[in-house]
Structures are given as C-alpha cells and as structure tokens.
Design a protein around this ligand. Structure first.
Ligand code: ASP
Length: 302
C-alpha cells in the first residue's frame, strides 16, 4: 500500500486506489456547504501562467475548507533563473502551509518540491502534467458512466502541447479505459503512443470517434506553437466536432473540454451547448475535486 500523497505533482505516482479515494471524497464535497477541515491553514496560489478555471476553483476550494489563500501572479521573467524560483519557494514556505503552482516550464513543480518541504500541488506545468484536471475529468465521466473500465475515450486536437491529454491518459488507463488520441501529425507525434500503456493513435476523426463513450476536445495552444504551421481551415474541416461527427459516437456519449473553449474552432456552437456537452459540469466538479485534493494533501495531523 502506497502512502498518502503529500504533494500532487502528477498522476503517475498514484495507484488506482488512491485515485478512487480522492474521487470518492470529492463526491462528499460541496462548496455550498463549507467545512472547517483546513481552518487556520494558509495556501499560496502561485501562478506564473494565466488561468481562469484552475486558479478560481482552487481558491474557492481552499476557502470552502476554511483555509485562507494568497494569490501570487508572477511574471515569467522573474523566475527564469532557478535561484529565484527557489527563493520564492523558500519565502513562501516560511509563511504558508502549501503551494498550488502553475508554471510554463515542464517540471518546475517537481523541482520546487525538491527544494522546499511543504506540499506542492501542480496546477499545470508546461506541456507536462495537469493532475487536478485529470481527476476532475474522471470524476465527471463517473457522474455519467458506471466506471471507466472498457470505455472508449477519444481525445481530439492538440495532443502534443496538452498537459491535460498526458495526465488524462495516465489516469484513464490506470482505471481501465481505452485511450484514443486523434489529431494531425504535427500536433500528435507518434511518440504520444508511449504516454501511457495502450494509448492508440487514430488520424481520421470519423474512425476515432466511432463508438466512443467520451469525446474530449482540446484547444490548439497557439501560445506554444512556436513556428509550427497550422492551416486553420484545414484543421476545422478535419477535426472540428460537429453534430454530424458526434452522431458517430455512442448515443449516450458525453462531450468534454478542459477550457478555454474556442467556439467555431474545436467545436461548433451547437455541440458546445448540446445536451451531451458536460463542459460546465466539469467546471463545478473542478471545485469539488480540488477540495478533495486539498483535504487529502493537507488534512489530518499538522
Ligand atoms: N486549461 C487547460 C490547461 O491549462 C487547457 C488549455 O489551456 O487549453 O492546460
């Protein structure tokens, strides 16, 4: 039996039992019914990269557990040197109990966790990992399906730049789902197959989506393209989720998106707002799951 995670840096170190424990705790969480579990604890939200959903929901989650929060928006320039990241971490360590951290560089939270001695929760690092998003995605799927075992979960779009796709792939395959990635060569290199055991790559969207239980759409991350050429018209023609394409999935398939969603690019308005879309449900679930994460990491003895 593995120990309770003290930091949440990625999905890989968690086993399926620990994942299910966090998800079952999240079921009992409700931001409308605040708790005192973390009364007197202080949590820093250290964001070196922009965020709407993740930052807000971690803040609401922390406050709903009785913790106080301090939000720090850093500019990338101030942490370019390892030393200043270390100094920021050491400074925060003396005044807070945990750090929720987003950073544009893959591996920054892992690095910081080696330098300081308070729990770090990775709120997204570069192209590497976004474990709280993967947990809330699984939680949302479980609100609609009995379990993940045997489900066909297809993720379509910019897999290459997506920390969500990586963390989702690890988590979904740990819980027994069939993980299918679909996208153009440039945004979905063959190496993506090695992300998690059994990841399948299917280039044609019709084939990928046929019989899917879950269709996860991803944004093209323009800010990380650095010179990659994407023909937007061609992309929309081949990879946009339209009502006709959605019909190829199972009738009870759900449509997901981690946000921010660019309407008219990854999916049409009709799909974004259709009954099968659970995009806003993902946002609410984000608060519950982040409450469960904070309670798991920080709850119990001081
Ligand atoms: N919000 C997600 C992330 O932070 C997905 C995205 O930005 O497209 O990775």
């Amino acid at each position: 039996m593995k120990a309770k995670p003290r930091s949440l840096l990625g999905i890989e170190p968690l086993d399926s039992r620990q994942i299910l424990e966090i998800l079952s705790l999240a079921k009992r969480m409700n931001p409308a019914r605040p708790r005192t579990t973390l009364r007197g604890r202080r949590i820093a939200l250290l964001f070196y990269e922009n965020s709407t959903r993740t930052r807000t929901s971690f803040e609401i989650a922390a406050k709903s557990l009785g913790a106080s929060t301090v939000v720090i928006h850093a500019t990338t320039a101030s942490i370019e040197k390892g030393e200043s990241l270390k100094d920021t971490g050491k400074t925060l360590q003396s005044i807070v109990d945990a750090i929720v951290m987003r950073h544009p560089s893959s591996g920054a939270p892992v690095l910081l966790s080696k330098l300081i001695d308070i729990p770090i929760i990775n709120a997204g690092d570069g192209m590497h990992a976004h474990p709280s998003q993967a947990l809330l995605d699984a939680f949302t799927i479980l609100n609609h399906k009995k379990n993940l075992k045997g489900l066909k979960i297809v993720t379509i779009g910019d897999i290459f730049h997506s920390r969500v796709a990586r963390s989702d792939a690890h988590l979904f395959s740990k819980l027994g789902a069939r993980v299918v990635f679909c996208g153009p060569d440039v945004l979905l290199p063959e190496v993506a197959r090695e992300l998690a055991p059994g990841v399948e790559i299917v280039r044609e969207m019709d084939e990928a989506i046929r019989g899917a239980d879950v269709v996860m759409m991803l944004r093209v991350q323009q800010e990380r393209l650095s010179g990659m050429q994407i023909n937007v018209d061609e992309y929309i023609r081949r990879y946009q989720l339209t009502p006709a394409k959605l019909k190829l999935a199972k009738r009870d398939a759900i449509v997901m998106h981690p946000g921010p969603m660019i309407r008219g690019m990854e999916m049409t308005d009709e799909v974004a707002d259709c009954e099968q879309s659970v995009v806003l449900e993902q946002v609410l679930n984000g608060v519950k799951v982040r409450m469960a994460i904070l309670a798991t990491v920080l709850g119990g003895k001081r």
